[in-house]
Design a protein around this ligand. Structure first.
Ligand code: URA
Length: 201
């Protein structure tokens, strides 16, 4: 089972992102001593979490969800007995947008093919979407564009979709950072993580 070349294919993605020249987001990597954030976790993960883009701590460390939102993500994983090392965590956009602004459509278009490749290599059963940018991109990508509503209306719902490697489940969730500003969302996210956990076969 572990005899395929996922590690090599994922390393290739890292090299390709490192070699990107056309994104304004990657121009200041050297001067600002920041890194792109490719992704982290099991190359055989059944669950993939997809966030929006790296923030300050992530760009400084090269690791996804390494800051305050990541601490809450760690709590959410723990609350349902999932170990962080057993899932794969990544973002749509791989370099930090300045001042944490929303990613621009052209930035999503540039970086999303790397996410597509990560999904094809890791073949998760469940893709959990952290926030509205990953919800929009992934749901449209998997033919679910017509059922997209605001996160407040579809968070925690399980959508089935076809992928090149079989059926998958797609679950939109609030972004963990939203719960840092609105504590009422903590228990909503905790409930939705139970849904994510139960969706794995
Ligand atoms: N927010 C995201 O969307 N992704 C990260 O990696 C960190 C914060």
């Amino acid at each position: 089972m572990n005899s395929d070349n996922r590690t090599e294919l994922l390393r290739q993605i890292k090299d390709d992102v490192m070699n990107l020249k056309e994104s304004p987001l990657c121009r200041d990597r050297v001067r600002n001593k920041v890194f792109p954030v490719i992704g982290e976790g099991s190359h055989y993960a059944k669950i993939m979490f997809v966030g929006e883009a790296p923030g300050k701590t992530e760009a400084e460390t090269g690791r996804p969800f390494a800051g305050a939102a990541g601490k809450f993500l760690d709590h959410l994983l723990k609350s349902v007995g999932i170990e962080r090392k057993d899932v794969y965590i990544t973002n749509v956009v791989k370099d930090r947008p300045p001042m944490n602004r929303d990613p621009l459509p052209e930035e999503i278009a540039l970086y999303a093919p790397f996410l597509d490749r990560q999904i094809e290599i890791i073949r998760p059963q469940v893709i959990a979407l952290l926030g509205r940018h990953s919800m929009k991109y992934i749901m449209e990508r998997f033919g679910l564009g017509s059922v997209i509503l605001s996160i407040s209306r579809i968070h925690g719902r399980v959508f089935e979709a076809a992928s090149p490697y079989g059926k998958i489940k797609i679950i939109p969730l609030y972004h963990p950072a939203a719960a840092l500003y609105n504590p009422d969302l903590r228990s909503v996210l905790e409930g939705d993580f139970q849904v994510v956990n139960k969706s794995v076969e």
